[in-house]
Write a protein that binds this ligand. Structure first.
Ligand code: ATP
Length: 272
């Protein structure tokens, strides 16, 4: 049994209650039911449930080792779950869905010997953008979007960490995905760049694009439309930031206190 906020109501849900029917699956961007995954003897996901509606910025919040990266790697099709089921845009994660998905990994996966523009073009090709003219137009749009026009010919290995993250975001967006997975996209960004990333994330959700963003900062959490609190490979609560705060019984608490409330509820007091 776990506590969750669904459609504005805080409810105690059992495994059976979380089963999502076919109709609901079509209205949601991501559904996970009872996902399990272990690396040898290390349990990373332990029956994780998740429901991400379309067109929201959805935060995966949890401490180090909660299972956020493992979950994202399953949802983008890089790992196969060992138990449970995941559906992304109505289908099991697969190469056919991958074309509609963007993925920004925790560590920017750029080619140091390629320039900013060449890295973005490379990802455009990987995602199947065949026409050169259209591809180059899109690359230019992305370079300008992340404000690196002046540095477009710079090799990726010579960029600062924040600039590399900007290029990584451009690579994830270049093919115009409907659904974007961002694994700790704001780590290491200065406050100005963090705010700029969030402005852009909100712009994307206004365009109907769904964002799944992992983080362990409550600053990111407060900016998300909906959240799942993860702990030890399980979802301990889901809802809007307001719903999660209100569910503690004190709507004025911050999200960190709300997380601790649900963690204590899950363990019967102990949060470590
Ligand atoms: P962080 O916030 O620190 O990035 P996370 O929430 O993303 O953490 P995961 O990276 O999914 O968590 O890790 C979940 C658990 O799985 C942790 O106990 C971690 O040590 C373990 N783990 C992750 N990757 C591997 C791996 N390749 N081999 C062995 N164990 C792993």
């Amino acid at each position: 049994m776990q506590t969750s906020c669904i459609m504005g109501q805080v409810v105690q849900i059992s495994k059976r209650d979380t089963k999502v029917g076919q109709k609901d699956r079509q209205q949601t961007a991501v559904v996970a039911e009872g996902l399990t995954f272990s690396y040898g003897s290390v349990k990373a996901l332990d029956g994780l449930d998740l429901e991400v509606p379309e067109g929201v910025s959805f935060g995966l919040l949890g401490p180090n080792g909660a299972g956020k990266t493992t979950l994202i790697r399953i949802l983008v099709g890089l790992l196969s779950p060992q138990g449970g089921e995941a559906r992304v845009l109505g289908e099991q994660p697969s190469p056919s869905v991958a074309a509609q998905i963007g993925y920004m990994p925790q560590l920017p996966a750029l080619y140091g010997e390629l320039s900013v523009a060449e890295n973005i073009e490379f990802f455009a090709q990987v995602y199947g953008m065949k026409g050169r003219a259209e591809r180059m137009e899109r690359v230019e749009e992305m370079v300008r979007l992340v404000d690196l026009w002046e540095r477009r010919k710079e090799l990726a290995m010579n960029l600062s960490g924040g600039m590399r993250q900007r290029v990584s975001l451009a690579c994830a967006l270049v093919h115009g995905p409907r659904l974007l997975f961002l694994d700790e996209p704001t780590v290491g960004l200065d406050p100005q760049l963090r705010a700029a990333f969030w402005d852009y994330f909100h712009e994307l959700t206004h365009q109907g694009i769904t964002l799944v963003i992992s983080s362990h900062t409550m600053d990111d959490a407060a900016r998300c439309g909906r959240l799942a609190f993860l702990r030890m490979g399980r979802t301990i609560a889901q809802g809007t930031p307001q719903e999660l705060r209100a569910a503690t019984g004190d709507p004025d608490v911050d999200l960190e206190a709300a997380f601790l409330h649900f963690a204590r509820q899950e363990t019967g007091g102990d949060v470590l």
